[in-house]
Design a protein around this ligand. Structure first.
Ligand code: FAD
Length: 325
């Protein structure tokens, strides 16, 4: 029977959406392996965040609080997690595959001498062992991996599981203590938003994505207008970024961001596999392309075949007409 932990990353407005998806992965893994799943919430004062999980079907919600965990620093996080894992011996520890965990979980795996399986998109339990599936070679192949030893650390890719599939129940919140002195390994002197354009698309509810089919930087106005009408962030395929039409932060795909918004609206994007792996977890996919055989239509819930410079203004007009309805 596996003892599974899910480290539920927080952000200013609550539990990180990708951590909620990872908790669902934990619930499904517990059900498949006949194990238990507990959430771990870290910070300096996290009772409100922990309470958000009290209505989930979990063995418990554990809080790990210390002043040194107030702001994220990899040294303090690795020290705290290593101590907590050594003392409680979970078999599997799941993390959301976020920028933060990419930064510190490999160090944690090294500190524990543990196997790390990054970017998991699914799993199955075979003969009592968990077989993890993850994309390799830029998403061209899927590898099935069995990790050795204990604990096993794994990070779960955005969109692989849906928070709406959570099993509800009741979970007791309790405090976890560790017997190490934690010290932040760096002092955060301040955090500044990068002027204008640093975008975390993985947290966006709605994304309008521009492709090469838009036709040039000077023709992006229609994409920005649609994003404004939908209150969406703007993303893009790689050629748009490589051509310098939009900043690198906007790239969606195997070498860009992985997103799972409620709405993805692709404009002039063909749907190459390297792009699809970054957005196919979106809840609703809309695509506009003048080529009816474009691969993007294979994953789209709604497809519009036509010239985007005619279709998008009509969509914006329709949105404006229905606003307030
Ligand atoms: C190692 C590697 C990593 C990569 N990583 C990424 C990645 O992270 N993200 C990514 O996106 N790509 C990535 N790529 C590139 C990827 O293979 C594709 O080349 C890219 O996704 C294509 O972008 P696109 O759909 O915008 O352009 P295209 O494939 O050129 O498609 C443009 C589409 O626009 C349509 N179109 C043209 N004009 C109009 C019009 N007026 N109205 C409507 N539709 C129109 C066309 O029919 C076409 O389907 C990677 C490639 C490699 C080799």
């Amino acid at each position: 029977m596996s003892k599974i932990w899910v480290v539920a990353q927080t952000r200013a407005d609550g539990i990180h959406p990708m951590a909620l998806e990872t908790l669902v992965a934990g619930q499904e893994l517990a059900a498949a392996s006949g194990g238990t799943v507990d959430a771990l919430v870290m910070g300096d004062s996290v009772s409100a965040r922990a309470a958000e999980l009290a209505s989930w079907e979990l063995g418990s919600v554990q809080t790990l609080e210390a002043p040194a965990l107030a702001a994220y620093t990899p040294g303090a996080y690795v020290a705290a997690l290593a101590a907590a894992i050594r003392a409680n011996a979970p078999d599997i520890v799941l993390f959301p595959h976020t920028y933060q965990t990419v930064d510190h979980v490999p160090r944690l795996a090294q500190a524990l001498g543990a196997a790390l399986v990054p970017e998991v998109v699914s799993f199955e339990v075979r003969d009592g062992a968990v077989i993890w599936r993850r994309p390799v070679l830029g998403g061209k192949l899927q590898a099935d991996v069995r990790a050795k030893g204990s604990p096993i650390l794994a990070s779960v890719q955005a969109g692989a599981f849906s928070a709406s599939d959570r099993r509800q129940g009741t979970a007791q919140v309790s405090a976890l203590s560790i017997d190490v002195e934690l010290e932040a390994d760096r002092e955060i002197l301040g955090v500044e938003e990068v002027a204008g354009e640093h975008i975390d698309l993985s947290a966006a509810d709605r994304v309008v994505a521009a492709g090469r089919g838009v036709g040039g930087e000077d023709k992006l106005g229609v994409v920005h207008d649609l994003a404004k009408a939908l209150k969406a962030e703007v993303g893009a395929s790689r050629p748009v970024i490589d051509s310098g039409w939009l900043p690198r932060d906007c790239q969606i795909g195997s070498s860009g961001q992985t997103i799972s918004p409620k709405l993805y609206f692709g404009v002039g994007i063909s749907g190459a596999i390297q792009h699809l792996v970054g957005m196919k977890g979106s809840q609703v996919i809309v695509a506009v392309n003048k080529d009816k055989s474009a691969p993007i239509f294979g994953v789209a819930d709604y497809g519009i075949v036509g010239d985007l410079h005619e279709v998008i203004p009509a969509v914006i007009q329709a949105l404006e007409e229905t606003e307030g309805d």
